[in-house]
Design a protein around this ligand. Structure first.
Ligand code: HEM
Length: 483
């Protein structure tokens, strides 16, 4: 009882101190505003415009927050306040181009404190040359050369998942089921774990980590961040032990250096011959699990939603995938070349990424005072960009509200208007990896089933990534002779 009261008092103290700090900071900005700042509003003290930002996401209209303000204040840049930070939002293709081209010159990557604390030695906590070095090493494990070796394993894992979780079922909820798939696949390809009991133990810890990773960074018992820190510690301990055993096995040459992402990271050095430290390897694997998990789950779920709603599109995807399946001889797995043939299917995924990008936006920090579109952006201010500032703009995408996979044929969208993976030196590290991961799943699922939605007009809130409110319940209809 006494311990609980003591914890509550400490929590109250921290919250008060934090509030005082933010109030002082925001009061200064409110009472003595820089007259050259972009137009906009800092909203309410402390919370700024965060509630509207979160509310539009939960209502399934993530573009409204940005597009309403572009209309009201300025279509190029406006000021707001989110997560207790004064912020400037860069909009349109010109805003995207400016930010993606000025990394390390005028801006640097920024992530909320909770994320930085839990992924301390990872890529998202480094900038400049150190980020370049780390990205280069990490890329060796997810670039096309490495991916070519993963495709048959992705296919095998997907077939196993579908046999276990889809076949024989008449109805299921897509989002939680796909969630199992993406996590198990990452465990297999990143650290070669395929024991279901081990995976489910890790999955439980990972869920707790996910719930607190973007939260107030208050680390005392009872808070979400505290639970997430504990879960992160447990996962890291496990990863550390796996890495040590693997290093020993690599030294004895009893495993392949290209077996999985972990082996790649253990054997790859930078140009000066320096390897990643054990903490860097462990934290980066946790980062990759974090960055790849909900994003891919959300995209696959949304693709399945659109395919159920658009039978013509489903038929064309099916035709493409059946042609590829027919070109294989008895039980042969998919190869890299097959993924390159899935052009129409990837255009469909691309259109889903335009209409429902899993990442609603990302952050930067101004590292010097600079001017943009005639306004001053003060050093230290946070900057936000979002793929939705362009993705529904009818001057950039004809009939922008309509689903049209043909937009990606030929030259495709105008530069910097279609940016679900970001751009520039901090573009999504897994953008090449995400493609086969999604397409191999799509190949295996359309080849076996068509499906119908059991709930019409199911909302797809962003919290923080798009996930249908009821998990997308569907009725499965197996094809007469499924492969
Ligand atoms: C369709 C799925 C995905 C989408 C739409 C997506 C999108 C994004 C976006 C928008 C960013 C932020 C870029 C910025 O700050 O400007 C990002 C960063 C990142 N993503 Fe992805 N992502 C996806 C899947 C993946 C996968 C599968 C992996 C790992 C295998 C991954 C790893 C990363 C990493 C490590 C970063 C941080 C890069 C850095 O800071 O240098 N992502 N992603």
């Amino acid at each position: 009882m006494q311990i609980a009261m003591f914890s509550a008092l400490i929590l109250l103290g921290i919250v008060l101190l934090l509030s005082l700090y933010i109030i002082t900071k925001t009061l200064k900005e409110r009472l003595f505003p820089n007259p050259h700042l972009p137009p906009g509003s800092l909203g309410w003290p402390l919370i700024g415009e965060t509630l509207d930002y979160l509310g539009t996401g939960l209502a399934g209209e993530p573009d409204r927050f940005v597009r309403d303000r572009m209309e009201k204040h300025n279509p190029q840049v406006f000021m707001t306040s989110l997560l207790g930070e004064s912020m400037v939002v860069f909009c349109g293709p010109a805003g995207n181009k400016f930010l993606f081209s000025n990394e390390n010159k005028l801006v640097n990557l920024w992530w909320p404190t909770s994320v930085k604390k839990l992924l301390k030695s990872s890529l998202i906590n480094v900038v400049g040359d150190e980020a370049k070095r780390m990205r280069k090493i990490l890329l060796t494990s997810v670039d096309p050369d490495a991916l070519k070796r993963y495709i048959d394993r992705m296919d095998l894992a997907t077939q196993h998942h579908i046999r276990t979780h889809w076949e024989g079922k008449q109805e299921l909820r897509v989002h939680p089921t796909v969630n199992l798939y993406t996590f198990a696949l990452s465990c297999r390809l990143f650290i070669s774990i395929d024991d279901p009991v081990h995976i489910s133990k890790l999955a439980h810890q990972f869920d707790v980590f996910l719930k607190g990773v973007i939260h107030f960074p208050v680390n005392i018992p009872g808070t979400r961040f505290h639970h997430a820190s504990k879960a992160a510690d447990a996962i890291k301990e496990e990863l550390r032990s796996i890495a040590r055993h693997r290093r020993a096995a690599l030294d004895q040459k009893i495993v392949s250096p290209t077996q999985d992402l972990l082996s790649h990271l253990l054997v790859t050095a930078d140009a000066s011959g320096k390897f990643l430290s054990e903490s860097e390897i462990v934290d980066n694997i946790l980062l990759l699990l974090f960055a790849s998990h909900d994003t891919t789950t959300s995209v696959i779920t949304c693709v399945m939603k659109y395919l159920a709603e658009l039978p013509e599109v489903y038929k064309m995807v099916l035709r493409e995938q059946v042609d590829i399946a027919n070109s294989k001889v008895g039980g042969e797995f998919l190869k890299w070349e097959d993924i390159q043939k899935m052009r129409y299917s990837w255009n469909v995924v691309s259109e889903v990424l335009r209409l429902m990008p899993p990442i609603r936006g990302a952050f930067r920090e101004a590292i010097v005072d600079f001017t943009y579109a005639g306004y001053t952006i003060p050093k230290g201010w946070k900057i936000y960009w979002s793929p939705v500032s362009t993705s529904k703009d009818s001057t950039l995408f004809q009939n922008a509200e309509d689903f049209d996979a043909s937009r990606y044929e030929g030259a495709g969208p105008a530069p910097y208007s279609y940016v679900p993976f970001g751009g520039g030196p901090r573009i999504c590290l897994g953008n090449e990896y995400a493609r086969p991961q999604i397409l191999v799943f799509l190949h295996n699922i359309v080849k076996r089933f068509s499906w119908g939605l059991l709930t019409s007009d199911e909302k797809v809130p962003y919290d923080p990534m798009p996930a249908p409110s009821q998990g997308l319940p569907i009725r499965l209809k197996p094809h007469q002779s499924s492969a």
